[in-house]
Design a protein around this ligand. Sequence first.
Ligand code: UDP
Length: 311
Amino acid sequence: MKKVLITGAAGFLGSHLCDRFIADGYSVIGMDNLITGSMDNIAHLMPLEEFTFYHHDVSQFVHVPDELDYILHFASPASPIDYLKMPIQTLKVGSLGTHNLLGLAKAKNARFMIASTSEVYGDPLVHPQTEDYWGNVNPIGPRGVYDEAKRFQEAMTMAYHTYHGIETRIVRIFNTYGPRMRVNDGRVLPAFFSQAIRGEGLTVFGDGQQTRSFCYVDDLVEGIVRLLKSDYHLPVNIGNPSEVTINEFAQEIIDLVGNSKAHLINKPLPVDDPKQRRPDITKAQTILGWSPKVSRAEGLKRTFGYFKEVV
Ligand code: UDP
């Protein structure tokens, strides 16, 4: 049985990855320090013999006695308010954590994947974003702790690939959504769903003309698995290119939830908030044969089912 270590296992993406690898017949070790993750996300996996959980902070030395085939480093605070609250931990998990896990990958001769991000492109001056764009990042702004940690993470991963010959994969993840997002993580979708369900004002930041492109979690997981199994070591964007303004997105959620009390209110735009974001997924399409299958209408419907239960 092949064995995979997934860090950030109790988080949104990490827990979906654990599910996928268990379903595909792997033995899974999940690791998380639970500063933003929740055991609720993996409670259903805990009784399984093929699943082991380590409560550990990967910024500290990582010891795993087992042989490992794959290591997927998905641990990090991942929403703007989380990394504002935890700037040092965010920097450490992307830098020290990545170094520790690359050392583990080298010791185990395991294939290593990092969860990079569209944030490496910063407030992008190239649109849509292709992998060869170097980005427009403010290193000392409030988002710099996340963006620069992720950029360092890519650099460190490439260095282990070229210097130590480690098999590495870099996925640049664009805005992703689905069940198990934390209600209060501050990101736009959990905020809008909980506000619409409660009949409150949906807090649109700025004029709401900024854009994002939202990918349903099942599509993302499929793209990640394909990239991991491919022989391609350079960064690949995984995301849904269907772009929407935040105003339009708020209206879609209001229409779906159908609470007549829900309405839009405006709040100040956070510092360095990217004005536009859309992945160019040509590489994923040609190299991995991957493209997203779940429309926003369908994905939002599935996600509403989850938020109805937890809000
Ligand atoms: N946003 C918003 N209202 C909220 C939360 C976020 O209008 O309550 C906006 C935010 O300014 C950004 C977009 O929605 O332009 C996506 O924000 P999110 O925090 O989800 O992720 P980002 O893509 O900025 O990392």
